[in-house]
Design a protein around this ligand. Structure first.
Ligand SMILES: *Cc1c(COP(=O)(O)O)cnc(C)c1O
Length: 436
């Protein structure tokens, strides 16, 4: 399995990369975009339509990372683009309230019955950071429980044993986070309720909240074991701690009501992002009125944002969520069948070629772990052969298929992906697995 000797030319991308490395640390504005973990040079994207990305040299790629989640309807989806254009003509920002905020909020509440009130921010990081501040204020407690391999954005207290780029680049916990802050975070193995019980027993009446990706996406895709979400709910309720479901990735992705809908989960607080902004910067933290009303200006918990609820972002979010709501009966079954075809199809090619692969998938998010598995937590994911994944990534990229450039990330597809893209991907994977 190796890259084609004569893969597509990426001369312009190489020049742009050289400039980027002079200007940006590692050449990127978010570490997950770098190709350090898989090798090879990242193409620079010029435009994208539907299921395809086009790079600066005119090469075309089937996109399996969808801007890391938001592009569930495919790129440049006309209703979303038109909504952004209309909003832009009315001026991109006012710093005063608009009707669009209420409209997107009502749509989100319709999808998430556990949400009574919400606040818009501009990233998932802000959403989780603010949810934790609220949980500490509401409980008068300091400790936070998170799970190894889960990523909840880059706020200080949430980088302990985090997934996504933190796992990809082998950073145990970020430098620059004082140990006094890191010590307030207890990182436990995912899918292990006994570990959660033990943490509450060891720290009675001291844990403010448990924050969880109900389906892990940021260590690669890891579904919860039967009864795990319900177990977290029961323990936190009994112990007087808040349960925060971080659905920045899974919200509107695995179902209209996310993992909460799939598992009948009723968290105290929910965080959303990615799809909620339709490709523009939106985060949401939300939940029960009794907690949300503790936010300024009603209550003593401060949180603010110059561009929060930005009109362009609200327009893109409304167009995306409205389409999903109006077409849910077609959209989610289509995503399921396309993702099943590509995820299981590549797994079958691997089996035929004698390559050990464990495929974890829920709906249109999945990961091919290069291990014989099973993968139930971060320690299992870390058993994967990252070098083999890197070779697979490079071989697919040279054949016009762009996966997220890390073993510890979930792949996504969109409603724009269909049979042609699945067939092309399977053909590329067949060659990749058989190449010497
Ligand atoms: C992406 C992600 C975040 C962070 O969102 P940003 O918008 O990148 O700050 C938080 N939690 C989860 C589960 C995510 O997938």
């Amino acid at each position: 399995m190796s890259s084609q000797a004569n893969g597509p030319s990426r001369k312009k991308s190489a020049l742009l990369q050289a400039r980027a490395e002079r200007l940006f640390p590692g050449g990127v504005n978010s570490p997950v975009r770098a190709f350090g973990a898989v090798g090879g040079a990242p193409p620079f994207v010029e435009r994208a339509v539907g299921a395809y990305l086009y790079d600066a040299d005119g090469n075309r790629y089937i996109d399996y990372f969808g801007s890391w989640g938001p592009m569930i309807l495919g790129h440049a989806f006309p209703p979303v683009v038109e909504a952004i254009e209309r909003a832009a003509r009315n001026s991109p920002s006012f710093g005063a309230s608009t009707a669009a905020e209420g409209e997107l909020a009502e749509r989100i509440v319709a999808c998430y019955p556990c949400i009574e009130k919400l606040r818009f921010v501009s990233s998932g990081t802000e959403a989780t950071m603010s949810a934790i501040r609220l949980a500490r204020a509401a409980t008068g407690r300091k400790l936070i429980v998170k799970f190894e391999g889960c990523y909840h954005g880059h706020a200080d207290g949430l980088l302990v044993k985090a997934g996504s780029g933190v796992a990809t680049f082998g950073i145990p916990g970020s430098a620059g986070v004082p140990e006094e802050i890191a010590h307030l975070t207890l990182a436990l193995p995912y899918n292990d309720l006994a570990a959660v019980e033990a943490a509450f027993a060891a720290h009675p009446a001291a844990i403010a909240a448990v924050i969880v990706e109900p389906i892990v996406g940021n260590a690669g895709c890891i579904p919860p074991a039967d009864g795990y979400p319900a177990g977290l709910r029961a323990i936190t309720r009994r112990e007087g701690a808040l349960l925060i479901a971080d659905e920045v990735m899974t919200g509107f992705r695995v179902a209209l009501g996310g993992a909460c809908e799939l598992f009948g989960l009723e968290p105290d607080l929910v965080t959303l992002g990615k799809i909620a902004g339709g490709g523009l910067p939106v985060g949401v933290f939300a939940g029960k009125r009794e907690f949300m009303d503790q936010l300024a200006p009603l209550g003593p918990v401060y949180q603010a944002g110059t561009l929060s609820g930005n009109p362009l972002a609200m327009a893109a979010g409304i167009a995306t969520i409205a389409y999903l709501q109006d077409h849910a009966a077609e959209v989610y079954p289509r995503l399921e069948s396309t993702a099943h075809a590509v995820a299981e199809g590549v797994a079958a090619e691997a089996a035929r070629a004698g390559v050990s692969l464990t495929t974890n998938r829920i709906g249109s998010m999945w990961t091919w772990f290069f291990t014989s598995g099973p993968v139930r937590n971060y320690a299992d994911a870390a058993q994967s052969d990252a070098a083999a994944f890197g070779r697979f990534h490079r071989a697919l990229l040279d054949r016009g298929v762009w996966l997220p450039p890390s073993q510890f990330e979930a792949a996504f597809l969109s409603t724009a992906h269909g049979l042609a893209e699945v067939e092309a991907t399977l053909a590329a994977a067949r060659e990749a697995f058989r190449a010497p």
